[in-house]
Write a protein that binds this ligand. Structure first.
Ligand SMILES: *Cc1c(COP(=O)(O)O)cnc(C)c1O
Length: 493
């Protein structure tokens, strides 16, 4: 092993196991009024019955329990988090400071517009910047995540095509696509048709020409695609679709490779979403709030969700009177705190800074690719953009799979990369370092990955049984997801 990078030192009991009857974590002053019976005062239906087995612990036990648990987490604040496709970049603390400014953190969605002008201005400014970055004409900030943005975009495409008198039924999806793309198309009521990739890992234009008939509403494409390769023929792709009256939906989750360098609006996108929680550095993961703003070209603007923000003589206003709008996609005004952080990030960087971040993201991925190409199989030889994809072909000869290598990486002190995605690469290792990592951190990661490659040759059984330094070894991930055990007494059937 290269160097011990253990962040996990303390074992911890379940909070139920710390319980002892009668312990409490609070202290109230003695009553100076007669005690009342809660059932009499509130009514039986409002009073909870005591919970059998509810843990009884002191304040310090609660604090220590959760603090210890928090030290088990691997987090971007601890080290490189190379999950491909997820853009786990460091989130600058400045964004947090801005999001906590009093007038922002205490804002209420029912605040009258006249008292929310600053908040409206934040949204309007962010819309304008995102439109500029994407090369598009208008933006809605409301969708709560990338997949939600996809759905919003496809609903707009449906409304637009209906308004043209040509509702269509098929959405084309390259075989390298992120799983949310076909899922979104199905939820939006479309049939999906898969477009194969060519040997270079890009959309096969001949196959696209064949598939793009007048039943096709749109193609959903990620660029750079999920194998980390820029779709060089994207303008031709857009052209093939537009000739058939179909639209180009760009999944902008990989904008970390493009910001300040290339704009989807310039290479033919009609609709796209951005993942603020990826590209624009807002905390991400664990199912927390994200934001998936959707940007459109002018021909789709009237279909954007309500409310829109309108500039008027007296200030900014929410405009609900949009007869062609697909309607509301979210309660209130989106995940506002995420929007604030993204705007802070954009303003702190400025145009040059954002462009530098992109260049560094691509440089870092290329550095890792170069560092690992002697030890791991590279399925595609095109230049890497912001992420690089290897396969486990060499290690599979020793009976070691991508999932085993990923688990072994935990023993070496790193969060695993993305395993077995994209699906078109058998045994994929998908690595995305992002721009926020130093050369030293990248070198340590490369060294760990190379050490694992040597371990595979010397002792494949060790790698197959990893992780060996963690509290639990391998869990049944399917069972854990389907039948989570949430209390100490529960046992899965
Ligand atoms: C992350 C991602 C999505 C989905 O975004 P969420 O915000 O997780 O819903 C879609 N497409 C690609 C390529 C992604 O990487």
């Amino acid at each position: 092993m290269t160097r011990v990078r253990q962040h996990q030192t303390q074992d911890e009991l379940l909070v139920f196991e710390r319980s002892s009857p009668g312990k409490v974590g609070y202290q109230l002053p003695a009553l100076d009024v007669p005690a009342a019976d809660p059932v009499e005062v509130l009514g039986k239906e409002r009073v909870r019955e005591s919970i059998d087995g509810f843990p009884e612990v002191s304040e310090v036990e609660v604090v220590r329990h959760f603090t210890r648990l928090s030290t088990w987490n691997y987090a971007i604040d601890l080290g490189l988090y190379p999950l491909g496709s997820c853009t786990m970049k460091y989130n600058p603390r400045l964004n947090e400071a801005v999001a906590r400014i009093e007038g922002i953190v205490d804002a209420h969605p029912y605040q009258p517009e006249s008292m929310a002008q600053g908040l409206l201005r934040i949204q309007r400014t962010l819309e304008t910047y995102l439109a500029d970055i994407a090369g598009m004409d208008a933006v809605t900030l409301q969708p709560a995540a990338g997949a939600h943005g996809e759905l919003t975009g496809l609903l707009m495409i449906r409304s637009y095509l209906e308004s043209q008198g040509s509702p269509r039924r098929v959405v084309l999806i390259p075989d390298s696509a992120h799983g949310t793309n076909p899922a979104t198309a199905a939820i939006a009521g479309y049939e999906t048709r898969e477009i194969p990739s060519n040997r270079e890992g890009m959309i096969d234009l001949a196959a696209l020409r064949l598939a793009a008939d007048d039943s096709v509403a749109a193609l959903m494409v990620t660029n750079p695609n999920t194998v980390g390769i820029f779709e060089r023929d994207i303008a031709a792709v857009a052209d093939i679709l537009h000739r058939q009256g179909a639209l180009l939906y760009v999944d902008g989750a990989n904008m970390n490779a493009l910001v300040g360098i290339a704009r989807p609006g310039d290479f033919g996108a009609d609709v796209m979403h951005l993942n603020l929680h990826k590209t624009f550095s807002t905390p991400h993961g664990g199912g927390g709030p994200g934001a998936g703003p959707v940007a459109v070209k002018a021909h789709l603007e009237s279909f954007l969700p309500v409310p829109r923000i309108r500039e008027e003589a007296g200030g900014l206003r929410y405009d609900w009177d949009r007869p062609k709008s697909i309607g509301r996609v979210r309660a209130f005004y989106g995940n506002f705190g995420v929007l604030v952080r993204a705007l802070a990030y954009i303003l702190a960087h400025g145009g040059d800074g954002l462009r530098n971040a992109t260049v560094d993201a691509v440089l870092n991925a290329s550095y890792i690719r170069r560092g690992l190409e002697d030890d791991y199989d590279l399925p595609y030889n095109a230049p890497s953009m912001h992420e690089c994809i290897f396969s486990d072909a060499r290690q599979a000869k020793y009976g070691v799979k991508t999932g085993d290598i990923a688990k072994r990486l935990i023993d070496h002190g790193f969060h695993p990369y993305t395993v077995s995605f994209p699906l078109i690469v058998r045994g994929a290792l998908m690595i995305e370092p992002t721009e926020t990592e130093s050369k030293q951190e990248l070198d340590e990661f490369i060294e760990a990955m190379r050490a694992i490659a040597r371990e595979v040759e010397a002792d494949p059984r060790l790698v197959r049984s990893a992780p060996v330094t963690t509290r639990t070894n391998r869990v049944d991930e399917t069972l854990a997801a389907r039948k989570p055990v949430l209390t100490w007494r529960g046992t899965p059937e």
